[in-house]
Design a protein around this ligand. Sequence first.
Ligand code: SF4
Ligand code: SF4
Length: 306
Amino acid sequence: MNSGKDNIVKLPVNISHLDIEIVRGCFLKCRWCPLDKEQPYQFIGLDLFEKIINALHSVNGGYHKIDLFRGGEPFLHPDIKALLSILEAKGFVGKSIIGFFTNGMAVKHEQIKAIMESSLNIEVVFSVDGVGTGESFEYMRTGAKWEIVRKNISLLSEAGKGSVYGARKKIAVSTIIPHQDAVPFSVPKREEIYETFKKEFRPLGVDEFYFRDIHRYNGRVVIEGMPEREIRSGPCCFVKRGGISILVDGRVSTCCGDLNNSLIIGDLSSETLEEIFYGQSLLSIKEKMLKGERSALEICGACDLR
Ligand code: SF4
Ligand code: SF4
């Protein structure tokens, strides 16, 4: 094994944030989504999922957050309950926050039940891009319906009320704020948008709000009208927080920003997670970023994620 563990002194030496792609594919056609919709849908198998979760024990990670998505719509998976049961059985109760990031259109009753009955700490983040209005949301998320997403948020929050495990569950909404030059509606100041979101979603039981500026991923998304965003030279957010991203077929990428898998750094069918996380591919990316040479990296050099 080529171990670079000792060289990475300024970055987390263990995995602290992990994405597992449980579904590849999505039925929406959001503006500016880079996910390749031509590929067939894929769902993670329970055997591979269990193998991944077992592998986590071999890397002494903090695993503060394990996100069960990586682009695509996680609630299309046919057996969310079984995935959560594997995490429970493998000792992740109270150890990690299990995250779902959903477009909010496909949440089913049995999935809500599985989440609410699980003893895991779970955060469900509904993606409601825009400025807190149905008009802006439906413009950015082509095919999604504001009222359906609001209803599904309410259903989840209602199901949590009075439940024994309700306190372990968190509901959040996340928005990507568009650039004014790229949309036909008005984009207010961030503080005003925040107030609109609070008014709209607090009564539905939302605990947390996440705001991000729109970005072009690794240069693959064209957003007409929007000025270029600065591409930083140093480590990006994924590298800084010790992240890694496992695909639905067991291959491993650096981050969930690499939605079409251009940055494959390993494959769990032939390597261990430890070999991949401390291996040469990820090590050289980290070294370049630490030296302020992100621009020398083929994919990361065009990435405007911070
Ligand atoms: S919900 Fe997510 S994956 Fe689906 S089209 Fe929209 S941005 Fe892409
Ligand atoms: S800079 Fe590279 S590793 Fe970081 S988010 Fe962008 S594509 Fe991913």
